[in-house]
Design a protein around this ligand. Structure first.
Ligand code: NAD
Length: 269
């Protein structure tokens, strides 16, 4: 099969630059287009130059239309409005998308699901292999420890992150809540202050840390009487997310429409 042409939205961003590198590293993929928001200083530059590799002959444009047209699959790690703006183009041109942007509310997730009924979309709050294994383990541990342990989720990210708690922390919460037959919106506690009263056993607590250059740490804490179990994942390079997204791009081309996530690519379900 000929090489799969990949288009990268937000190619000058922290993840965008890593995605360029990951697509170059992945056999079978070819970087075909890259674009940025219209006021970006990166427009007109070669993507290779931005990503710290030799010039690739692909210039960053300000046109998502051209970016979609030149590619077989789009990888989008940008912002919520930008990703939502890209959905009609994916439908119009019948192109699959890999979406790494985080922080979507329920209405936005519904729009993504509606688009996925017509073109394949892989949506994951975290494209690392380790975190997706953690999701699997989290559900199993929650089922065993059940009602006897208090569940807390602690996450840390760099100072530039704009959403909280992280999409990964929310997914961890949804995973354990579902395993225990609870509804996350009903049991989630996002931070505590002042006279909070004693902890309600059913709740799932979230704590958010922001600072420096932390790529992404997540701890799922099960606290019982006399013992604690902590499951921690630490990402030390954004390249791990980018490699997962490149793998997803290769996997998704030729699939039936549907909303997929990293567990499908890794064969976990
Ligand atoms: P960033 O701000 O460094 O990069 C975002 C890029 O998108 C910027 O270069 C910006 O100019 C560009 N952009 C904004 N609007 C655009 C538009 N309309 N068209 C094209 N480009 C546009 O942010 P980042 O750290 O790279 O993170 C981006 C997103 O990816 C965030 O939502 C973050 O939470 C998420 N993320 C997800 C994973 C994962 O594994 N799913 C991992 C890391 C980050």
């Amino acid at each position: 099969m000929s090489e799969i042409r990949v288009g990268i939205a937000g190619a000058a961003g922290r993840m965008g630059r890593m995605l360029v590198q990951a697509v170059l590293d992945q056999p079978g993929l070819r970087l075909a287009s890259a674009w940025e928001r219209s006021d970006s200083l990166a427009i007109g530059k070669d993507v290779g130059e931005l990503a710290g590799v030799p010039a690739l002959g692909v210039v960053i444009s300000d046109s998502p239309q051209k970016g979609f047209a030149a590619a077989d699959v789009i990888i989008d790690f940008t912002t919520i409005p930008s990703t939502l703006d890209h959905l009609p183009l994916a439908l119009e041109m019948n192109k699959p998308m890999i979406i790494g942007t985080t922080g979507f509310d329920a209405a936005a997730r519904e729009r993504i699901a509606a688009a996925a009924s017509k073109t394949p979309i892989v949506l994951a709050p975290n494209f690392s292999v380790g975190i997706n294994l953690m999701f699997q383990v989290a559900a199993q541990v929650a089922q065993v420890l059940g009602e006897a342990f208090d569940i807390e989720i602690i996450e840390a990210h760099h100072r530039h992150k704009v959403d909280a708690p992280s999409g990964t922390a929310v997914r961890l919460g949804e995973t354990v809540a579902q395993a225990l037959g609870r509804s996350l919106p009903e049991v989630a506690v996002y931070g505590r202050q002042g006279h909070t009263g004693a902890r309600d056993r059913q709740t799932i607590g979230f704590a958010t840390v922001r600072g420096g250059d932390v790529v992404g740490d997540h701890t799922l804490l099960f606290a019982g009487e006399g013992e604690r179990l902590e499951i921690t994942h630490r990402a030390s390079s954004r390249l791990t997310f980018a490699r997962g997204a490149a793998r997803a791009a290769q996997w998704v081309v030729g699939r039936a429409p549907g909303l997929y996530d990293m567990r499908d690519i890794l064969g976990f379900r």
